[in-house]
Structure formats: C-alpha cells, structure tokens
Design a binder for this molecule. Structure first.
Ligand code: PLP
Length: 430
C-alpha cells in the first residue's frame, strides 16, 4: 500500500504540531510507532486517505461517528446552522429542544447543561459533587479514562484501594491525594475504599459499561452495590457516559443496566461529530451550578447552534426503528467470524462485545478489569493492526480500544472485514 503522501504530511506535521498530532492516541505509539494514515474524506462507513486508499472505518473517531461519516441528515443540519450563523452567545431554542430530547431519552437527567467536550463534562460533575457534598475526595476505577482534567489523570498506587499518584507531569500531588483508585468489578476493594475514606468522599466516578480498556461490562450486582455503599457514605454516584450514551440503545447504559446515578457526563455521540459535552442529573444537585448556585461553570462555545443542530439530527437518526438491532446483528456476525478464524489459525483471541461495540483482545483469558486488559498481548495486537490496515480496515491504534460499528456498515463490509481478518491471522500464525 502506497502511503507516501501520509508520510510527507507526517514529516510536515512534526515541524508544526507537537508530536505531529493533536491528540496523543493518533500517533501510533500504542502499536509500536509508524506513520499515522492521513485521511482526506469520509463517507458512510468508509474513509479515503491522501494517497487514494480506501478503508472500512471501525474507529468512528473514537466513538462519536455512530451514523457514519457525512450522514446526509446531519450534514444538512450543520449546513443550515452554518448559514444561520454558528455562534451567538445568546440562548437559542435549539438548546431547549436538545436538552428536552436528552431528558426524554435518559430519565435521570432532571436538569442538564451543555459544554464542549467530555473532559469538561466530567470535570464539572466532580466540581458540582464537591460543592454539593462539601467533601473533596473522588473514587474512580483503574484504567477508566475520564478526559484530561487534573483529578482524573491520577493512577492507583499499589494495593487494591489506594490514594493516587499523578499520571501526568503537571498534576499536583495535592490533587492526586484526593483521588482513590480501585479495580473495576472488585466490590471488596470498593468496600475497603468506602470504609477507609467514605466520610471524605464527594463522589464515585464510574464508566457503567467500560469503554476505555476495551468494552467491559459490570459483573451482576456490582454497580448496585457501588450505588448502595456510596449513598450509605453520603456521597454521590457519577456515571461517565461519554462513550456509552446512545452507543448501545436510544438512551444510556443506565437504561440497559436498569440503574440510576445522581449525575451523568456525556459527550461524543450526542454532538453528531461536532464538539460537545453535557452533564446533568438530580435537580437539587444541578442547582449548585451558576447562575443558581455557588459552583461556577461557563463556556463561550457551550450550546452553540452548530453542535446543537448536529446533535439533534444525530439523535433523530438513532431514534429510528431497528437501528441498534441492526448494529447488534452485524456486531455478532463480526464477533463470531473473528473467533472462528482465531480458532482456525490457533490464535488466542477473546472478544468483549455489546451491540455494535467490541474489543478483540489477544488473550485466552476473559477481560473483566484493567489488569486483565493490560495482560493481553500488545505485540500481537500491533501486528494485527498493521496487517489489517494494509487490507483497508481502519481500527483504533491501541489494544485497549473498541471497534465501533455504525448505522452505515453493511453485511458486505463485515464480509470484507472478515476476509481481511483471515489474511491477517494467517500471516500471524506463520
Ligand atoms: N470520558 C470517557 C469515558 C471518554 O472515553 C473520554 C474520551 O475518550 C472522555 C471522557 C473525554 O472526552 P473528550 O475527549 O471529548 O474530552
């Protein structure tokens, strides 16, 4: 495959943009380096790169592009918004309409507020929880990514429930000291954290279905116990649904799991591909936020007409009959096909899948938490990633990420993908 134009652009990028990329995961570091492919055009389930190569896309921009690239309904909405002026700095009727759509789809959202990214949404839920409870500590689960604000760039020390150490230079130790990290799906570790620090904890931050060390579902009863223990300690439960909102159903993971948090952070899909974040939850908690309450949060771009229009249009597409059933059917076909070829070529593969999102781990063992995901074979994944890219299949360049199906993938796309998987596995088994 000729990627000379990508190589040229990547040389230029490194002169102008730090590391050549505007988000580190795009740099192929997770797959042993190489030149990231520079895409030029996306349409439906496909990408074309700057050298004219065509790809079936399962990256979906790390989740948001659930209706495929340049979906006509969303494109029309964005075009209309552009003609009417993209930013007003005043309230608009679009914000009311979209807020009501989110509330109707996710009943725990008594009040919402729009921001510009998932990072902002999560960061603000933490501030609001601290304002409401007048406590500082946060509990989170190892390996879950919640954006790049200071309190969530903290990792666990050693031990099942530990106070954190900064995960990034520039995060003060004083902030890390207020963050407790426990393994996901380990209720004993959670109990230990609550019994040790419960009366200082403002909130627990949870990806109810994890998307950041692959797709990992909670064990039966785990989230129920987390809710009970957290509320028992007088703290709040925040669900980070930046990946999961509208990914598996028209609504959130909360409905699938039949459980409600006190607050929810969202992003990605709800922007229809434009920058967005939103947070919401119980009215009495949300009323902590300015201008009603003492917790400050603001945004020049927040609730802008272009993002609102794209988000509304995206949800309209997702609210059509059979959308998620179709992604589920194609997801199952992909999962079963990959597992069958793994068996045929004697490769250790485990797949976690829910509806149209799946992670292919090179491991014989099940993946239930971050440690399990870390133990899967990264070198094998890197080989697979590069082989399948050569066959025109675009995945996220990391063993921890999911493949995302869209409303636009077809049976034929899945068949072509499975042919590519077969070729890659055959090469890997040599
Ligand atoms: N929360 C989760 C669960 C995420 O996966 C991400 C991004 O991948 C974020 C928060 C941060 O969102 P953003 O990249 O829009 O700031």
């Amino acid at each position: 495959m000729n990627i000379s134009n990508s190589e040229q652009l990547h040389k230029q990028a490194q002169q102008h943009i730090v590391g050549g990329v505007n988000s580190p995961s795009r740099a192929y570091k997770g797959v042993g380096g190489g030149t990231p492919i520079y895409m030029e055009r996306g349409q439906g389930a496909y990408f074309w790169d700057v050298d004219g190569n065509k790809y079936i896309d399962f990256l979906a921009a790390y989740g948001p592009i659930i209706t495929g690239h340049a979906h006509p309904h969303i494109t029309e909405a964005i075009t209309k918004a552009a003609h009417n002026g993209v930013l007003y700095g005043t309230p608009t009727a679009l914000e009311n309409k979209f807020a009501k759509m989110l509330k109707d789809a996710i009943p725990s959202l008594e009040k919402v507020r729009f921001v510009n990214s998932g990072t902002e949404a999560v960061m603000t839920t933490i501030r609001v929880a601290r304002a409401y409870t007048k406590r500082n500590k946060i509990i989170k689960f190892a390996g879950c990514y919640h954006g790049h604000s200071d309190p969530v760039l903290v990792q666990a020390g050693s031990g099942p429930a530990t106070l954190g150490t900064p995960d990034s230079a520039g995060v003060p130790q004083a902030i890390a000291q207020d963050v407790i990290t426990v393994p996901f799906n380990d209720i004993d570790a959670y109990k230990e954290a609550i019994s040790q620090w419960g009366d200082e904890v403002a909130a627990v931050l949870v990806e109810p279905i994890v998307g950041n060390f692959g797709i990992v579902e909670p064990k039966p009863g785990f989230l129920e116990q987390v809710n009970e223990l957290t509320h028992g300690a007088g703290a709040l439960v925040i669900y980070d649904e930046v990946i999961t909102a509208f990914r598996f159903t028209y609504g959130s993971a909360q409905q699938i799991l039949n459980i409600e948090p006190d607050m929810t952070a969202m992003g990605k899909i709800i922007g229809g591909g434009l920058p967005i974040g939103a947070y919401g939850g119980r009215k009495d908690i949300m009323e902590q936020v300015a201008p009603l309450g003492p917790a400050y949060q603001a945004g020049t771009m927040a609730g802008n007409p272009a993002s609102m229009s794209a988000g509304i249009a995206c949800l309209e597409v997702l609210n059509q009959e059979g959308v998620y059933q179709r992604m589920d059917r194609l997801g199952a076909k992909l999962e079963q096909g990959i597992l069958a070829y793994a068996r045929e070529y004697g490769l250790p593969v485990t797949i976690n899948r829910l509806i149209g999102a799946l992670t292919v781990y090179f491991s014989e063992r099940e993946v239930e938490n971050y440690q399990d995901a870390e133990n899967t074979d990264g070198e094998m994944f890197a080989k697979f990633f590069k082989l399948i890219l050569q066959e025109g299949i675009n995945l996220a360049p990391s063993k921890y990420e999911a493949w995302f199906l869209t409303t636009e993938h077809s049976e034929a796309d899945i068949d072509q993908t499975l042919d590519a998987v077969k070729k890659a596995f055959a090469a890997m088994s040599q």
